[in-house]
Write a new protein. Structure first.
Length: 143
């Protein structure tokens, strides 16, 4: 009986040591997972911000080009909008993107030489935007 009892204690001790090792490994892995999730969200927000700045710049450049070419010039731009755009406002000589990311809401503003009017929809994905020079402004429409 003493021999069998020692075998049982030995197996129990090994099992307990494995549990302790597993618990330590899990405790060390958990912070790494949390850091990964946080950094992934931050990187995605940065990528979205850069995409929106580039999009606003391109739309502003097209509006300026059509304005300088004068009436009745017209151009079409095909561009992809990232996720997170709440609204796009055309007001006076400003194009304003209202954006929400994981942790903040902000506006991206692009100033143009021309007064801009029209409407740009805010859905994620491909947009076909038409710029048309009119008497004293550029009409922008999202088809």
């Amino acid at each position: 009986m003493g021999k069998d009892s020692n075998k049982f204690k030995s197996k129990a001790q090994v099992s307990m040591e494995y549990l302790v090792i597993f618990a330590i490994a899990f405790a060390m892995t958990l912070p790494l997972i949390l850091i990964y999730v946080t950094q992934t969200g931050n990187i995605q927000a940065d990528v979205t911000q850069v995409q929106i700045y580039k999009t606003a710049s391109k739309i502003g450049d097209y509006a300026d080009q059509v304005y300088y070419m004068g009436e009745p010039s017209q151009r079409t731009l095909t561009i992809n909008f990232p996720d997170g755009i709440n609204a796009v406002t055309l007001s006076g000589n400003l194009i304003v993107f209202n954006v929400t990311t994981v942790d903040l809401t902000y506006e991206v503003v692009k100033e143009t030489a021309a007064n801009v009017t029209g409407e740009i929809k805010n859905f994620e994905g491909q947009h076909i935007i038409t710029f048309k020079a009119e008497s004293n402004h550029v009409n922008i429409t999202d088809n």
